[in-house]
Design a protein around this ligand. Structure first.
Ligand code: ADP
Ligand code: MG
Length: 186
């Protein structure tokens, strides 16, 4: 993993370059050490950028017994894992507007007793000061550029979210197969 390579835009926090899934996982393990309960990690980036891999590493760093069980909760929207605290793993890929967002019950667990990991956070229209913001970019092959910043250090983010809201991601069927609160590792 290379830290700070390629100079991030001014004020954007730090950037790491990873060259393998394992390195991104390790970065997640390291990031877990920076998290305090209640905490939120907002992850954005295209399909295959490494959001779930990073979430797996964070969950491992937070002490879940079986990190391999961490998968994108696309059909359930929220998976709950138990490490040294509850870990709420959210995927907003198939989110359909504010009503769906409300049905997830995000406000029930953000700020509660655990760490919330959000994939496709660009679809989230909520102000979450203090959240750790992670932007992942596939730079070709196995290379990923990963920016890590605090929500407060990210002006303009809301504007960019508004531009993207309502746009269905490519490949999303919009099928409503979700359940809520699938629990693993307890
Ligand atoms: P996302 O949740 O963003 O859709 P995943 O973590 O599920 O992404 O998948 C990332 C995919 O990219 C995996 O198939 C993984 O093996 C591959 N990959 C290749 N290089 C990397 C890397 N540097 N970091 C993370 N994943 C990588
Ligand atoms: Mg994913």
């Amino acid at each position: 993993m290379t830290a700070g390579k390629g100079a991030p835009e001014p004020g954007r926090g730090s950037m790491c370059v990873t060259q393998s899934e394992e390195e991104t996982y390790r970065l997640g393990v390291d990031l877990a050490g920076r998290l305090k309960v209640p905490g939120v990690v907002l992850m954005s980036g295209a399909l295959g950028a490494g959001k779930t891999t990073l979430a797996r590493g964070i969950a491992a760093g937070l002490g879940i017994p079986d990190p391999a069980a961490v998968h994108s909760p696309s059909f359930t929207i929220v998976n709950v894992y138990r490490g040294r605290c509850p870990i709420y793993h959210v995927d907003l890929y198939r989110l359909e507007g504010g009503r769906d967002l409300h049905s997830i019950g995000l406000e029930d667990f953000i700020g509660s007793d655990g760490i919330t990991l959000v994939e496709w956070s660009e679809r989230l229209e909520l102000e979450l000061p203090g959240a750790l913001v992670v932007e992942l970019e596939d730079a070709g092959g196995d290379t990923r550029r990963i920016w890590i910043l605090e929500a407060a250090a990210c002006p303009g983010r809301r504007e960019s979210n508004r531009r993207q809201s309502g746009r269905r991601p490519k490949g999303s069927s919009g099928a409503s197969k979700r359940g809520k609160g699938k629990t693993h590792g307890e």
